[in-house]
Design a protein around this ligand. Sequence first.
Ligand code: G6P
Length: 368
Amino acid sequence: FMVEKGNFRHFMAKEMHEQPEVVAHTLGHYIDMANETVRLPEDLPFDFAKLNRMCIAACGTAYYAGLVARYWFEALARLPVEIDVASEFRYREAPLDPNGLMLVISQSGETADTLASLRYARDNGQSVLAVVNVPTSTIAREAHVALPTLAGPEIGVASTKAFTCQLATLAALAVAAGRARGVLSAAEEKRLVRALIELPRLMNEALKLGPTIEHLARSFTQTRDVLYLGRGTAYPLALEGALKLKEISYIHAEGYAAGELKHGPIALIDEKMPVVVIAPHDSVFDKTVSNMQEVAARGGRIILLTDAAGARRAALETEATLILPDVDPLIAPLVYAIPVQLLAYHTAVHMGTDVDQPRNLAKSVTVE
Ligand code: G6P
């Protein structure tokens, strides 16, 4: 069937703006709203309480969703997580724990390397769980359990709404794992579920930054390189921000863990290269601020994504500070994904590139 752009200039714009709605839809599938609990399929072929570890494999943006999820599963469920890009995982001959779970994440459900990782794990006796957007796909069929993301068809090559729906599904799954493993109490589950329920409203708030970001993105068109920094779950978002920008604007970008700044990328800081710092006011915020000070001391151009409390506390000269709503740390990656996507989108539009079908890229990579 046909998917239309409606009033939007690009599918990517439409898909970014659909996020509050499709994330709500996805959460509706995994959350019992009346009881404020997570609801998973009853016939799971594994027991979270008995798992020793989980391996995650995925590609591109789906891999970054997996990187965010690692923080959640380790902190909320005390479940050790190993994660790799699927193209490496499939050939590493990784020994798998007999009490392990394999998780693959894919929008299309057809990515060749992700499918090969799934088959490797299955052939080695692992239970395989897939978080997948296309329910009829090969990955959905071959996994022991497929948890759908209900993002609907995604047309833009650069993934946006599929990413946040993957995150919503994985957050619910991590909370369920935390409960099953006795790490989270019923009250803690409720509190986290309430935070998830707030997402559509907060993501709508974040979308309101559109015009500000459109303006800011003009200055990006003059740059050759952009550095993205973050700590904790903001680190994978930094990687995702850099990927998005590269994919659609063709501007070189790198994502780095903020703490790694002094181990290399600091050499690149000058008055030309924008440094996008993703820093909600959370437990690692002060650490990120000290990295930002290192950038400022070298005359770097700082674009800070934070909340009101973070902006006050950072008390730093920036080129721009984008203020996001205050959010529970669990849901920050979904809210901060939006300005990161908008920045790449508006930069690409200013550059005049083909946003929905960037050169050399394919929506679904079914060959190695
Ligand atoms: C391609 C797309 C990316 C996507 C990746 C993984 O590279 O351009 O947007 O993240 O494949 O695709 P999947 O369908 O497995 O999520």
